[in-house]
Write a protein that binds this ligand. Structure first.
Ligand SMILES: [Zn+2]
Length: 424
């Protein structure tokens, strides 16, 4: 049965302070010390000319558990969200995704608007009914395509015009029509159209791009015809902490239901990404959901949860699965991953991951999965995707439980070693 839904209700169940995160040394990663990040944060405060009220917010961030509720759909964060760009999480049925435990998935405005188009979407009353998904849906605005399809689009103050990748016909995304497309999709969380700043970009380029995104965010906020779904603003500013602080200050004027960090994981180093997160997250409202867009590597999830990110999405687990690349806990491979096509698995009767309870690991051997992959049998896409999504589900669940029990700092070395041994 499809769910009854209404506007997102957000509650904070437990949070640990940032100070404590840094003092515990929990943030020390491969090439970054918690101390570096604290310094980075101080610089951002000065450069961003933060007001006293914003300085006070920094005391309230750190790892946390929150509850998101959309009518009778409830979930607790931190969570990963599987990506179903064109109305399906590739190779999986909605039942597969739901069975793992997921209750919130992504769709993409740019792609769904092209195919199947909004006329059909309206006839079905939205994407939930069209794809028969009983959980909640977040739709990305097309801002990422503004960057990734830069070769086939023109950008101006009004919006972005694409020669679409299916038949070349021109389509324009504006901050306003992106809101209306998402209203037709009837997604529970709707993202504003932004310009995902290209990488690398100079300070002047990133500033101009961020300022345009902020004007677009304001237009998106006033374009809504329906007020019964959540709309999230997106922080931009490229690799410049001061611009990101300014971006948040602008967004907060619109009092969005949640705030996302965009424009990271676009080619910068992990060190750079952590530096920016530590300078950005402390300024994001404590009492609203925080979403880090396009990030899903296990070590990135772990480090970002420590700073107070609630939501993640990435195509990586399902895309990797289709390439035969599988996340496994360190007991099953010292570096945390296996390539199923490797001859080493040819006669292996064991599961992908001895500590995993997913449908694939409960039922199938590495030898069988390798055979399917080598024989190019389609079933392997489904089986490996189920496993990779279960892996990230389990990672966020384990972190959530450790936060709930107040043991996150004690458990952290174990969680890092288990789920992201490459980064320890
Ligand atoms: Zn598994």
């Amino acid at each position: 049965m499809l769910a009854n839904r209404n506007l997102i209700e957000f509650s904070l169940l437990k949070s640990i302070e940032l100070d404590e995160t840094f003092k515990s040394g929990a943030y020390d990663t491969v090439d970054l010390k918690a101390q570096d990040l604290e310094n980075e944060f101080s610089v951002a405060v000065e450069k961003g000319a933060a007001q006293e009220e914003e300085k006070s917010l920094v005391q309230k961030v750190g790892p946390r558990i929150t509850k998101l509720k959309f009518g009778n759909i409830e979930l607790e964060t931190p969570i990963f969200m599987p990506v179903g760009t064109v109305g399906s999480v590739k190779s999986l049925s909605p039942e597969d995704v739901y069975s793992i435990g997921y209750r919130l998935i992504l769709g993409n405005t740019y792609h769904l608007n092209l195919r199947p188009g909004m006329e059909l979407m309206r006839e079905f009353g939205g994407l939930h009914e069209f794809m028969r998904w009983p959980g909640a849906i977040l739709t990305d605005s097309g801002g990422f395509q503004v960057m990734s399809l830069a070769k086939i689009r023109k950008l101006n103050e009004d919006g972005a015009t694409f020669a679409n990748h299916i038949n070349g016909a021109k389509i324009t995304l504006t901050p306003e029509n992106v809101v209306h497309i998402q209203e037709d999709i009837d997604s529970d969380i709707q993202m504003v159209l932004d310009e995902c700043t290209s990488y690398p970009a100079t300070h002047a380029e990133a500033k101009a791009s961020m300022e345009r995104s902020m004007r677009w965010a304001q237009r998106a906020r006033t374009a809504r015809k329906k007020q019964n779904r959540a709309q999230f603003g997106i922080v931009q500013g490229g690799m410049y902490a001061d611009l990101r602080v300014k971006s948040i200050k602008e967004l907060k004027k619109n009092d969005f239901e949640g705030y996302a960090i965009g424009g990271l994981s676009v080619g910068e180093s992990k060190r750079e990404m952590r530096r920016l997160l530590s300078a950005t997250i402390p300024f994001m409202p404590h009492e609203k959901p925080r979403y880090l867009m396009g990030v899903g590597a296990p070590d990135d999830i772990i480090d970002s949860v420590l700073l107070g990110i609630d939501m993640f999405d990435c195509v990586m687990p399902t895309r990797n699965a289709r390439n035969g690349s599988v996340f496994v806990r360190s007991k099953s491979a010292a570096n945390g991953k296996i390539q199923i096509k490797n001859a080493a698995h040819k006669t292996n009767k064991g599961p992908l991951d001895t500590e995993c309870s997913c449908y694939t690991c409960k039922n199938y051997s590495r030898a069988y999965l390798r055979h399917l992959f080598v024989a190019e049998e389609l079933l392997v896409f489904r089986l490996l995707s189920i496993h990779n999504l279960q892996f990230l589900y389990d990672l966020t669940e384990e972190m959530r439980e450790a936060i709930r029990q107040g043991k996150i700092f004690a458990e952290l070395p174990h969680i890092r070693k288990k789920y992201a041994p490459g980064s320890v």
